[in-house]
Write a protein that binds this ligand. Structure first.
Ligand SMILES: [Zn+2]
Length: 545
């Protein structure tokens, strides 16, 4: 069922909705999302999302409708391409010479507002004229984890720390994989489709839409750049330039206070939520298993968006809508700068940077900034009553906000770095590793003639440790050992990964035996590991291959 006579603009009180040249007769007939139609009581099913897109198309709203891929259960993941002039292929998009912004919603299907905000934004941008679509190409993935979306459960089951709506999807996909821990190992079809789309469209900016996990802070939305210290330039530019400007604009133009993502504890959940002084504000993780961190290894800009889980659903949709809209506007304004930054990284690694130390293992920063952070004072109810969905039983919100200057752990520092070698060599029989490298856009080729005379460095394994606790179906593995120059002749059938290629940083992170989130971590090389034995991936250190 469609929205009937009501306006499509979503009625954002803060003025964040896209104002077109005119709210024409056409816009009056535009569809509304399930959330809009139900007064933000209900979130869209997969069928609702498809019907909404069908309805936009039936009304000749201009955008290209494609498939990102298919989920584990065979659902089509819609991919919508929006720009003026309209384009349908990556070649046409590149020919426009503007930033390509890739926005993904619903990776955690219980975190439902990204899906609603992105659908509304697609409608509002595509159906009006003179807006950011004249300056960027938008690729929208409104329902990435479509299978998880359809596993409806009460919010109290699927999203215990969230203030509605009453029923939401589940966090993992149908295989019970957390798709935001899958960006290195790429075991889910959804992730493989995502990586293929990154390769195909080569987006300049990746935005991933989420909801926070619990801390009672004072912000409508929190955000993060790629936290990987291997996001050499894009990470700092996003953190120090783009995000502070987005923060100013969200306050001034949209009426939302936003801040860097974090929690009042390193463990995501606070031990004492009623504490009226906080020890610090801690971000999450730097490893590339997380999509926005991974995207930084590609030397591109990424932004994690986390709507505040204790805000009502409607406000979460509106803050997310405003944030994505502000990102698109800012990227449109800074298109030339962003593209130059990324072209420079591509050129640097494409031509070979064999001297810069690239972080492959990191820890939370040891000397944090001291910054004011706002939190809500929480109180005991004295019983076990539930005061608001998402608030733990026995606690209540007081509405009293406090701002305290505290250590803000918003970044990571390297503990181990390695340079990119001239090339890596690995056994041609390591087909799983080779397939993964290719999926990550890394070129794998046959060794060139003359390679036998190259200088080789091999990592001899002393020991390996496995996490006893299974995580995502794996026992994560770390190796210790040492690199030794080798004069051993290259024997056997090997393939080569050149160090002078655009994805060389990602290649290093995936292939290095000491990386904290590489192929070793996810057991890809398990069969070839033994103490005293060389690691199967060798570094070619001298004599350009
Ligand atoms: Zn999430």
């Amino acid at each position: 069922m469609l929205g009937g006579a009501l306006l499509a603009m979503g009625g954002c009180a803060h003025g964040g909705a896209v104002a077109g040249a005119s709210e024409s007769a056409r816009s009056i007939a535009l569809p509304r999302t399930r959330a809009e139609r139900t007064g933000y009581a209900v979130s869209s099913t997969y069928e609702d999302v498809i019907a909404f897109i069908d309805s936009l198309q039936a009304r000749r709203v201009p955008f290209a409708r494609q498939e990102l891929g298919r989920t584990n259960e065979g659902r089509i993941q819609p991919l919508l391409v929006l720009s003026r002039p309209q384009v349908t292929t990556p070649e046409q998009a590149r020919a426009l010479n503007r930033p390509i912004v890739y926005v993904q919603a619903n990776i955690h299907a219980g975190e439902v507002e990204g899906k609603e905000a992105l659908l509304a934004l697609v409608r509002d941008l595509a159906s009006t004229t003179t807006n950011v679509l004249d300056s960027i190409v938008l690729i929208a993935i409104p329902i990435y984890n479509a299978d998880g979306n359809e596993r409806w459960q009460p919010q109290s089951v699927n999203r215990t720390e969230q203030n509605g709506p009453e029923r939401v999807g589940q966090r993992p996909n149908a295989q019970m994989l957390d798709l935001n821990r899958d960006y290195v190992k790429a075991e889910a079809p959804e992730t493989r489709a995502s990586l293929a789309a990154f390769e195909k469209w080569n987006p300049d900016v990746f935005v991933d839409l989420h909801t926070t996990d619990g801390s009672f802070h004072g912000y409508a939305l929190t955000y993060s750049p790629s936290l990987s210290p291997a996001a050499l330039e894009s990470g700092a530019y996003t953190r120090d330039s783009l995000l502070p400007e987005l923060r100013r604009r969200m306050r001034a133009r949209d009426g939302f206070e936003v801040f860097d993502y974090g929690n009042f504890d390193t463990q995501y959940e606070e031990r004492d939520i009623t504490a009226t002084t906080k020890s610090g504000w801690y971000t999450y993780d730097h490893r590339p298993r997380f999509g926005t961190n991974y995207f930084g290894l590609r030397q591109r800009i990424s932004i994690l968006s986390e709507a505040y889980s204790h805000d009502p659903f409607e406000r979460r949709v509106k803050s997310t809508y405003a944030f994505v809209h502000e990102i698109l506007s800012l990227v449109a304004e800074r298109g030339a700068r962003i593209r130059a930054l990324e072209a420079s990284a591509d050129s640097r690694f494409g031509h070979g940077d064999f001297t810069t130390p690239i972080p492959i293992e990191s820890r939370l920063v040891s000397t944090p900034l001291q910054l004011p952070v706002t939190f809500e004072v929480m109180a005991h109810t004295g019983d076990s009553s539930l005061t608001q969905p998402g608030v733990p039983r026995g606690f209540r919100r007081t509405g009293e906000m406090k701002t305290q200057t505290m250590p803000v752990y918003d970044r990571f520092e390297p503990t181990l770095s390695r340079t990119i070698p001239r090339a890596w060599l690995l056994p041609a029989g390591d087909t799983a590793a080779i397939a993964l490298l290719r999926l990550h856009g890394i070129l794998v080729e046959r060794p060139v003639a003359g390679m036998t005379s190259s200088r080789i460095s091999r990592f001899v394994v002393d020991s390996f440790s496995r996490q006893p606790k299974e995580f995502q179906g794996h026992h994560e593995t770390r190796l210790s050992g040492s690199w030794r120059d080798s004069t051993a002749p290259i024997v056997g059938d090997m393939v080569m990964v050149r160090g002078d290629q655009a994805q060389a940083v990602a290649a290093l992170y995936l292939l290095d035996p000491e990386s904290d989130d590489g192929l070793v971590t996810w057991n890809v090389f398990d069969a070839e590991l033994a103490p005293g034995k060389p690691f199967p991936v060798w570094r070619v250190t001298g004599a350009s291959p």
